[in-house]
Structures are given as C-alpha cells and as structure tokens.
Design a protein around this ligand. Sequence first.
Ligand code: AMP
Length: 215
Amino acid sequence: MRIIIFGLPGVGKGTQAKILASKLGIAHISTGDILREAIKKETELGIKAKAIVEKGELVPDEIMGGIIREVLNEERCKNGFILDGFPRTLEQAKILDQIFSEIKNESTCLIKLDAEDSIIIDRITNRLVCSVCGNIETKSDINDNFVCSICNSTDSFIRRKDDDAEVIKKRIKVYHETTAQVFNYYKEKAKTIEIDGSKSIDEVTKEILSKLSVN
Ligand code: AMP
C-alpha cells in the first residue's frame, strides 16, 4: 500500500502517519524527520538544509528527490509506505511519478487533512516534541514531571526551531502558495481522501481507516 499524507504543517500528518504505519505494517517516511536527523548529526545534507528548514522555506527539489529515491528503494519500504511531507511541490510530484514507475506497480492513495490556519497556529505554538522518541504532545497534555507518555524519558521535550511564530507564518504561506496545488495534481491520478483534521486524533484515525476501507 502506497499512501501520501498531505496537509498544512501541524495538521497532524506526522501523528496520523505513525499510527497508520503501525496499524497497516508499512514504513513511515517523514522527510522533515530525515532532515532534522541530518541537521542534528551535521551531515553534508544537514549542513545544506539547516538554514532553509529554520527559515521555514523548502529544501531544493533535486535534493529532496534524491533522498526519497534512496529511501523508497530500501528494504523497509518493500511492503508499502506512508509518505509524510513529500511531495511538497509539483516538481517533487513528478519526481515521485518517475520513482513509482520504476518500483512495484501499486495504486497510490492520498489522504488530505484539512484545518483552518488559526487552528494550525494554535496547535503548533503549543507543540512540544520528545527529543528521544519523536512523540508530539501539546503543552497542556504534558504531566507535571514532563515524562514522555510513549518512551518514559524525563525532561526530553523540546520546541522545534521552526515552530517559532514567525517561521510558522512563513511555512503556512509556503503551503498555500506552493504545496496546496499538489493536491489537484493527484486528484487526476490517484484515489484522494479528504478528512477534517481539526477533530480528535482517534476520530481522524477512524475516519481515515474507514475511507481507506481498512478496519
Ligand atoms: P515537516 O516536519 O514536514 O513540517 O518539515 C519541516 C521542514 O523540513 C519544512 O518546513 C521544510 O523546510 C523541510 N522539508 C520537509 N520536507 C520537505 C520537502 N518535501 N521539500 C522541501 N522541504 C522539505
């Protein structure tokens, strides 16, 4: 099964992608996570991407295309995958078409999560990420001892540098100006599902699974 999860930053793509990957037994490929890891490790890619990511801009298509081509050819993607954060431009969608034509012939489903910009800004400004396991929690969800509910690490929560108010505005602008049009491209060529991403995590997951016809 090949799934693309699509929508504004902070709409819940990462959270839903993790749940779906585990329920469906497929790989979760987050280009944002790949870039953050490279930045942390100060690899060649990380050094190139750092300033771009921190400003909320897009890393060039040829770099992202190269990363995705390499990852999708890995063994862990052989049973299927859910792409989270890619493609973000029409050029990336075309690169993906080319990669898909070279790997196993399967149909693609695109899930679009929708929410108002105001909900997104509110969510992202309250978002903290566990630096050990990547678990995302909102400030009010974190208990007094700041213990991660997934990996039990203490004091491991950090705020992403690109979750700063000004950078969020930039990321939302980039989405509306550049990324949103990718949805129309897929409407023509793939199964597309639109879901209200402002509902609770459980409700969104249930709706996705029912629309995918998987329970
Ligand atoms: P995300 O975690 O998906 O919100 O991605 C965080 C940041 O990584 C984005 O704001 C971009 O700077 C960069 N990024 C992630 N995926 C891509 C992509 N497909 N194309 C270009 N830049 C990306």
